[in-house]
Design a protein around this ligand. Structure first.
Ligand SMILES: O=P(O)(O)OC[C@@H](O)[C@@H](O)c1c[nH]c2ccccc12
Length: 260
């Protein structure tokens, strides 16, 4: 199964990375960074309207290569111009051709709230996210025990990072809520067969209290899609491929936000 491969590859990668920069050194670097407050991020997403998280990714396991070359700075600037609520940057190298250096460089060049999109399975990766300047991390319920999920969620908050907790079904939503998640992302893509169905968001929206931010992830192709999601009360959408392939991502984002 793809998720197992991703976790195994991530484990191997972070072991290697820790042999280059130790956790102690990384913690030290992070301790010198300015403090941030995760509530600032949550508040942004609680503002009325349809929020867009624009994603930057070169490839994915379901689609293969999405773009030939990844002008991540140029794309980040466009997303910024469109006033996205956050920019999601894939940092997983093997299957998504991402890199944590893209995240870091974007944060040094473009004033934006960024999310580290990866398969976070240890504290080291959370410190890395902070070090790279991210304000949000993704935690995927399906790849963590409940104890790990809680531990990493609390660590992120301690470091001033907000958390988008990804859940795929009712049980995972219940787990996310039980650890106190304030922002839940429901993936419309089934990670077993890659099929996309908005039914997942539609069904699960009802299971998430109004005051918990609800983000619909994956498979958004058209304004009709986002209107439909808006109709069921989602607070935001996370869009990758469609924006990466769009000739005019700014215009598309504006339309989703309802500003154009
Ligand atoms: O490109 P799409 O279909 O718009 O999907 C974006 C995003 O939801 C997807 O990349 C994603 C959702 N959850 C993830 C977890 C890990 C990596 C990637 C993802």
């Amino acid at each position: 199964m793809i998720l197992d491969d991703l976790v195994a590859a991530t484990q191997e990668r972070t072991e290697y990375e820790q042999s280059i920069v130790s956790l102690a050194d990384l913690k030290h670097a992070v301790s010198e960074l300015p403090q941030t407050n995760p509530n600032d991020v949550y508040e942004r997403f609680r503002r009325p309207g349809m929020h867009v998280i624009g994603e930057i990714k070169k490839a994915s396991p379901s689609k293969g290569e999405i773009v030939d070359t990844l002008d991540y700075i140029g794309i980040a600037k466009q997303y910024r111009t469109a006033d996205v609520t956050a920019i999601s940057v894939l940092t997983e190298p093997k299957y998504f051709q991402g890199n944590i250096s893209y995240l870091k460089e974007i944060n040094q060049t473009v004033y934006a709230v960024t999310l580290r999109k990866d398969f976070i399975i240890n504290p080291y990766m959370i410190y890395q996210a902070k070090d790279a300047g991210a304000k949000i991390i993704l935690l995927i319920v399906a790849i963590l025990s409940k104890e790990e999920l809680k531990e990493y969620f609390d660590l992120a908050h301690e470091l001033g990072l907000a958390v988008l907790v990804e859940a795929h079904d009712e049980d995972e939503v219940a787990t996310a809520l039980s650890i106190g998640a304030q922002m839940i992302g429901v993936n419309n893509r089934n990670l077993k067969d890659f099929s996309v169905s908005f039914a997942n968001s539609i069904n699960l929206r009802k299971k998430v209290p109004e005051d918990v931010i609800f983000i619909a992830e994956s498979g958004v192709k058209t304004i009709e899609d986002t209107e439909k999601l808006k109709g069921i009360g989602v607070n935001g959408v996370l869009i990758g491929e469609t924006l990466m392939k769009s000739d005019n991502p700014i215009d598309f984002i504006k339309k989703v936000q309802g500003d154009a």
